[in-house]
Write a protein that binds this ligand. Structure first.
Ligand code: NAP
Ligand code: 12T
Length: 347
């Protein structure tokens, strides 16, 4: 391809800025990168490599001549604009929850199910950050011994809520230290020095939407309607990096040692697991890193075939921007930057 134009939609946000950084760091072969955001940010500039790019307002006719559009501008914006992108022949990689469970859209983590890219119709969904890091670590185990059931509790950073989550934690800490009253807008309660067992909205079954994303997205990407997934998602006062305590029941036995060897060879995974040296993954290690870090690997002594582990990753990087850029790279490698039927999402 001699010309490759990439649109970054939501370029002024926490994920969008990391997207520009990731494209630059990985030397993504774009001949042009165009940043888009809402009318509020039109005319502002964002940094890309050694340039200052001027942000444009995202509109329905923004996609003419654009080959790939990476969206991180929220579900409503994506629902509204992605069909116009696909209609213009531009392939969308979307970070929001808008298209993840749509049967017309593959949901992809390159280390897990890159083959699903082959049937895309112009919109490809990036999974939720918590699902991404969990499946990067579990996929090699799933392929080797099978997994019947996953029980996961998350410890999620405020950057998952975007810039407003980061600002809220920072301001509450400062206000508390200055003996001022705190305010909350991004969360229903104080997040500084607290934990909230509540991410995204509550559903009729009393789970949160974030918890059900982990169930449904895992089943879709593993192509396994039967796998049991039980999730509890908790917001913690950490700026960057999600942690996850994961318990799995496998079909066949895998020892902790076998698991360590397997994961140390797995793509995108770094095993950090030496309790004697006090070595285990932590969110502060993950900020700015590409790898999903796994440690505290132990056999679950309460069941026949079970393992426990602790998984950490940078939620803005592998959880969002990096995974999206890796999808774009995989599309190029597989010669899939084309929209076979431009009307699939216009019907
Ligand atoms: P953020 O910091 O609040 O940024 C939101 C971005 O969307 C800004 O660039 C904003 O532009 C833009 N935007 C909002 N409304 C728009 C519109 N009508 N048209 C065009 N652009 C619009 O949030 P963030 O953390 O970067 O997250 C962005 C989205 O990414 C989230 O809503 C979520 O869907 C997704 N996300 C996914 C994951 C994941 O798990 N994979 C993780 C985090 C986020 P302005 O500057 O003009 O307001
Ligand atoms: N509510 O992409 O608040 O579905 O941490 C990601 C992160 C939704 C998503 C969060 C969220 C998503 C959060």
């Amino acid at each position: 391809m001699d010309k490759l134009t990439v649109a970054v939609c939501g370029a002024t946000g926490a994920v969008g800025r990391e997207m520009l950084e990731t494209l630059a760091q990985r030397d993504f072969p774009a001949t042009e990168v165009i940043p888009f955001a809402s009318a509020r940010s039109a005319g502002k500039t964002v940094k890309f490599k050694d340039q200052e790019l001027t942000v444009r307002e995202l509109k329905e006719d923004s996609f003419e001549g654009v080959d790939i559009a990476i969206f991180s501008a929220g579900g409503a914006t994506s629902t509204k604009f992605s069909p116009f992108a696909a209609h213009a022949g531009c392939v969308v990689v979307d970070n929001s929850a808008a298209w993840r469970m749509d049967d017309r859209c593959p949901l992809v983590v390159p280390e897990v199910n890159p083959e699903d890219l082959a049937w895309h119709n112009g919109i490809i969904a990036n999974p939720n950050c918590s699902t991404i890091q969990m499946l990067v670590a579990l996929k090699p185990i799933y392929d080797t011994v099978g997994i019947r059931r996953i029980v996961v509790s998350t410890y999620q950073a405020v950057s998952g809520t975007g810039q407003k989550g980061i600002n809220e934690l920072e301001k509450q800490v400062r206000d508390l230290f200055n003996q001022r009253d705190i305010e909350h807008k991004a969360y229903p309660y104080q997040i500084a020095f607290n934990c909230l067992p509540h991410i995204d909205i509550f559903l009729d079954n009393d789970y949160t939407k974030e918890e059900m994303k982990m169930v449904n997205e895992t089943r879709k990407m593993f192509h396994d309607d039967k796998i049991g997934v039980s999730a509890t998602c908790v917001r913690v006062p950490v700026f960057f990096g999600h942690g996850e305590s994961v318990n799995i029941e496998t079909e066949k036995k895998m020892t902790a040692k076998e698991c360590r060897v397997l994961l140390s060879q797995a793509p995108g995974v770094r095993v950090i697991d030496n309790p004697r040296e006090l070595l285990y993954p932590m969110p502060i290690m993950c900020a700015g890193q590409d790898d999903t870090m796994v440690g505290r690997i132990r056999e679950d002594e309460s069941i026949e075939n079970g393992l426990n582990m602790w998984i950490c990753a940078d939620n803005i990087r592998k959880g969002a921007a990096l995974n999206a850029v890796q999808i774009a790279e995989e599309l190029l490698r597989r010669d899939l930057v084309r929209v076979p039927d431009r009307n699939v999402f216009m019907k």
